[in-house]
Design a protein around this ligand. Structure first.
Ligand code: NAD
Length: 271
């Protein structure tokens, strides 16, 4: 049976992309409160990243802010170099950075398509590659963790729920699903675990218009059997579990944290 120490991330080094806001910031805070040192990566807006660093430090944790555009190879490599200079390695990568550029198909520009795929999918590839190169060099240190490294990919319920008007986003998250499973298959023999979290509707800036008025929130709740909008902390707790040895036998899995959004709630009253 898992003891509470299985959730302890003391001595581990984590990088959370896009963690100056929303889900990423909550994941960073949760990993830090479980004992990990955390890189707060941000694309732009240094102050918000420094605010998350300060929050973590005032709660007794350790964090640094590093700028990088996750869709750019040299930028990602610079960020990992700086992290390794500071902390000499990495144990946990959370591929969280993501965005939407919504449009119906016939109005979608090539720029909208490319931007979403570049950040949501290429960004996960670039960061996973750098982290895995380091995991392989480091190997397993049983003092730290039973695994040589852990990767958590932020997916979405839209890896399985089609989403009209958001085909670029849904394609990127569908891509994340098989990217994650392929990495898990490839890297498991090296004791690198790769999993995903698929959030449902979580209260963050990315989907503000879906919850900011009572009418919008009521509409949203018709899609959520559990009867509440998710909070970023719901995802933080799931990330701690997937990063920790409590989930040591879990790889290639997508954990849906969605209040039942993927349970086809439209069928609850006989369809
Ligand atoms: P958010 O907008 O607060 O967070 C996204 C973060 O990614 C921001 O901090 C942003 O600055 C960063 N980012 C964007 N482009 C970047 C780049 N090129 N390089 C580095 N960072 C970049 O929204 P969120 O809801 O916290 O989203 C976090 C993740 O969760 C995303 O992958 C999103 O698709 C996923 N998600 C969110 C929800 C939800 O309901 N909020 C649901 C499912 C999935």
């Amino acid at each position: 049976m898992a003891g509470i120490s299985d959730y302890d991330l003391s001595g581990q080094r984590a990088l959370v992309t896009g963690s100056s806001s929303g889900i990423g910031a909550a994941v960073a805070r949760a990993l830090a409160s479980a004992g990990a040192r955390v890189v707060i990566n941000y694309g732009g807006g240094r102050q918000r990243a420094e605010d998350v660093v300060s929050e973590i430090k005032s709660a007794g944790g350790e964090a640094i802010a590093l700028q990088a555009d996750v869709s750019q190879e040299s930028s990602v490599q610079d960020m990992f170099r700086q992290m390794f200079e500071a902390w000499d390695g990495i144990d946990i990568l959370v591929n969280n950075a993501g965005l939407q550029r919504d449009a119906n198909l016939i109005d979608m520009s090539v720029e909208d398509w490319d931007k979403v795929i570049a950040v949501n999918l290429r960004g996960q590839f670039l960061c996973s590659r750098e982290a895995s190169r380091a995991f392989l060099k480091q190997g397993v240190d049983p003092e730290r963790s039973a695994a040589a490294g852990k990767i958590i990919c932020m997916s979405s319920v839209h890896e399985v729920i089609p989403w009209a008007g958001h085909s670029n986003y849904a394609a990127s998250k569908g891509g994340v699903s098989l990217f994650m499973k392929s990495l898990a298959q490839e890297l498991s023999p090296n004791r690198i675990r790769v999993n995903a979290i698929a959030p449902g509707a979580i209260r963050t800036p990315i989907n503000r218009e879906a919850w900011e008025t009572p009418e919008a929130e009521a509409r949203l709740l018709t899609l959520i059997p559990y009867g509440r909008v998710g909070e970023p902390e719901d995802i933080g707790k799931a990330a701690v579990w997937l990063a920790s040895d409590a989930s040591d036998y879990v790889t290639g899995a997508t954990l849906f944290v969605d209040g039942g959004m993927t349970l086809f709630p439209g069928f609850a009253d006989n369809g």
